[in-house]
Design a protein around this ligand. Structure first.
Ligand code: XIL
Length: 302
């Protein structure tokens, strides 16, 4: 295989990328996107501040630009994200209690219904657990409406598009032993046991020197998968450069390939210059769009 998408496809997996709509007019950017990737995640265009900037007034233009581009090229879309503590419009901050709960569920319903049939998987809830050793939920306006806000969101999403896969997505859940990983694991297990409609878990997989690819990454993926959900590496990037970085990418991809329900990998940007990180070279293409060692390591591992 000569592209990431076709290499991943050989084992029935997808290889995707986060895309920023305004960059689609850059021919280098669009050229790499069109050639290499089978699935697209709008990097910011589906977040709450973008899709519902004022309460009840939805704005789908920026997200549609990405979704339409993907559709024209036969690529699928991973929706990101319906509910997140960050990226909220100011009107949401003024609500609480049942008014907030209602607005939150209406948001999920309206966005999922609008994209029904065009988004194959949704990150319904993003980053709802706290860092550190508590295993607790993250404090947020949504959380303050009651612990059941996450399952309520999944039920609303399922009702709005029964065919879409519904994911819970988070970061620093790649180490099996970490309290946050265990807390997410227990929630997914509980959801599966009680029939809350969850189909997948996204492990963001933002790796750094302080948070390297764990030696037992495949174990984490396998344990989530054993709960009856698919797992996705949903926002993969690796701080660093050269052979060390390439090796981390190789180990992340190899872990996914070792687990049959690890169904796909998304990298969080195309070129190093497209990365959300303030500095560094975390992606597969350099700033001029040339394939890096990390690219070759991923292609050869798929
Ligand atoms: C980031 C985007 O990449 C940036 O462009 C934006 O300014 C902030 O959000 N985890 C997530 C993503 O789930 O939504 C974040 O994306 C990166 C961390």
């Amino acid at each position: 295989a000569t592209t990431l998408a076709s290499a991943a496809e050989r084992s029935g997996r997808y290889f995707g990328v986060a895309v920023q709509g305004y960059k689609l007019s850059d021919p280098t950017y669009a050229g790499i996107l069109d050639r290499e990737f089978a699935v697209v995640t709008p990097e910011n265009e589906m977040k709450l501040d973008a899709t519902e900037p004022q309460q009840g007034r939805f704005s789908f233009g920026p997200a549609d630009r990405v979704v339409d581009h993907a559709a024209r090229l036969g690529k699928r879309v991973r929706g990101h994200t319906l509910l997140w503590h960050s990226g909220q419009p100011s009107w949401l901050a003024g609500l609480q209690g049942s008014a907030l709960r209602q607005a939150m569920l209406n948001h999920v319903t309206q966005v999922v219904a609008y994209y029904r049939g065009r988004v194959h998987a949704w990150d319904v809830v993003n980053e709802a657990f706290a860092d550190g050793t508590s295993g607790a939920r993250r404090d947020s306006n949504f959380q303050r409406t009651g612990d059941d806000w996450i399952e309520a969101a999944f039920h609303a999403a399922r009702a709005a598009d029964p065919a879409a896969k519904l994911c819970y997505n988070d970061y620093n859940v790649e180490n099996r032993a970490h309290a946050k990983t265990q807390a997410v694991y227990r929630m997914v297990r509980d959801f599966r046991a009680r029939g809350v409609p969850i189909d997948c878990v996204g492990l963001q997989s933002h790796f750094t020197a302080n948070h390297p690819v764990p030696a037992d990454f495949a174990t984490t993926l396998r344990d989530f998968a054993a709960l009856g959900v698919d797992v996705h590496l949903s926002e993969l990037d690796v701080e660093g450069s050269g052979a060390t970085q390439a090796d981390s990418y190789r180990r992340a991809v190899t872990a996914c390939l070792a687990v049959s329900r690890c169904t796909g990998i998304t990298v969080w940007g195309i070129r190093d210059s497209d990365s959300w990180r303030a500095s560094g070279t975390p992606l597969l293409f350099d700033s001029s769009g040339t394939r890096k060692l990390a690219y070759t390591a991923v292609l050869d591992s798929l």
